[in-house]
Design a protein around this ligand. Structure first.
Ligand SMILES: Nc1nc2c(ncn2[C@@H]2O[C@H](COP(=O)(O)OP(=O)(O)OP(=O)(O)O)[C@@H](O)[C@H]2O)c(=O)[nH]1
Ligand SMILES: [Mg+2]
Length: 313
């Protein structure tokens, strides 16, 4: 049996191999993705983002267990571009992989920063395509909420929960503007710690003051203690409510359409990058151009224009 056939039969090892294949951009990976995409349904993508150590992994762990118990099939992707380590440690110290089923209903992957073909956000998105095609109906994406890559990642989520903690010191005013804008739900985790009330009321105040969003969703603030699972049920309810609201208001489809458009552009951008710039680099045209620029015969802009014209002819 081919790997793809085993994948279709629900073999977790085949899923793992296919993801590596795609992630490393090995030969034929686009065809693989294209075939997988035929099986993509409307698996829910849920982003959990927030500062380092906020309890994201612990929350993801709680949510995954709840969803599995309800009969869902769950894929998890953890993205941590700031960490040189990938692997077991990412799910947090309280999370044991052995607690999860190995019957094909659960899979966890952490994304390596380097070697991800087409950039980290794109590689992460490709993993969610593989999950969806594999039959996972929920994908949980954990990212540290800083920087453009993370914002790009959560951009491909249907619902985004932003996790904040009392002791983070970032009072709401100093919170990264980007984080504010991507939240569909605020989760105040570690609310067993002092300062939880303050941050909750600051968030509520801030939400009251902002102008009503286009989709008319009123962003809830949920308090959790992930380590004791307190409030996780409420977090899940908030997620379900958001999903229902998105569906009823037509914004779910709108978001999906936006995501697909973005994907097409990413695919195109990668092809140009790979097949245009990389080919140039290989052909050594650049060395010659550098010589000419150093000899003051031309400049990078003129060279760029000329090469572009040659390759797009
Ligand atoms: N007191 C308390 N501790 C918590 C809570 N949730 C998580 N923790 C602890 O906080 C630490 C970090 O939790 P993680 O779940 O690994 O946090 P994270 O946001 O995934 O961390 P990174 O992935 O490293 O950014 C762990 O020691 C958890 O046990 C909570 O609600 N209350
Ligand atoms: Mg984590």
């Amino acid at each position: 049996m081919t790997v793809l056939e085993r994948f279709y039969e629900g073999d977790i090892r085949a899923l793992s191999r296919i993801i590596s294949h795609i992630e490393n951009g090995r030969e034929g990976y686009r065809d693989v993705l294209s075939r997988l995409y035929d099986r993509v349904g409307s698996s829910l993508r849920l982003g959990i983002t927030g500062p380092p150590g906020a309890g994201k992994s612990t929350l993801v762990n709680c949510l995954a267990h709840r969803l599995l118990k309800q009969g869902h099939k769950v894929g998890v992707v953890a993205v941590d571009p700031t960490s040189p380590f990938t692997g077991g440690a990412l799910l947090g110290d309280r999370v044991r992989m052995s607690d999860f089923p190995t019957d094909g209903s659960f899979y966890f992957r952490s994304m390596a920063t380097r070697g991800a073909s087409g950039g980290l956000a794109n590689a992460t998105d490709n993993v969610t395509i593989a999950y969806d095609a594999f039959g996972f109906d929920v994908t949980l994406l954990e990212t540290v909420g800083v920087g453009q890559v993370e914002l790009d990642i959560v951009d491909s989520c249907d619902t985004v929960a932003v996790v904040v903690v009392p002791e983070s010191g970032d009072s709401v005013q100093t919170m990264k503007a980007g984080l504010m804008e991507i939240a569909d739900i605020f989760c105040v985790n570690k609310s067993d710690r002092p300062g939880a009330e303050r941050i909750i009321s600051e968030l509520r105040q801030m939400l009251k003051m902002r102008k009503p969003p286009e989709d008319k969703w009123s962003i809830p603030v949920v308090r959790t203690v992930a380590t004791s699972t307190d409030g996780v049920e409420e977090l899940e309810e908030a997620i379900n409510k958001h999903r229902a609201h998105m569906g009823e208001s037509g914004f779910f489809e709108k978001r999906r359409r936006y995501q697909i458009r973005k994907k097409i552009l990413t695919v195109l951008r990668n092809r140009f990058q790979n097949e245009f710039v990389d080919r140039l680099r290989e052909q050594g045209d650049l060395d010659q151009a550098v010589d000419e620029i150093l000899a003051k015969k031309t400049n990078p802009f003129e060279v760029g224009d000329n090469l572009y014209r040659r390759f797009s002819a």
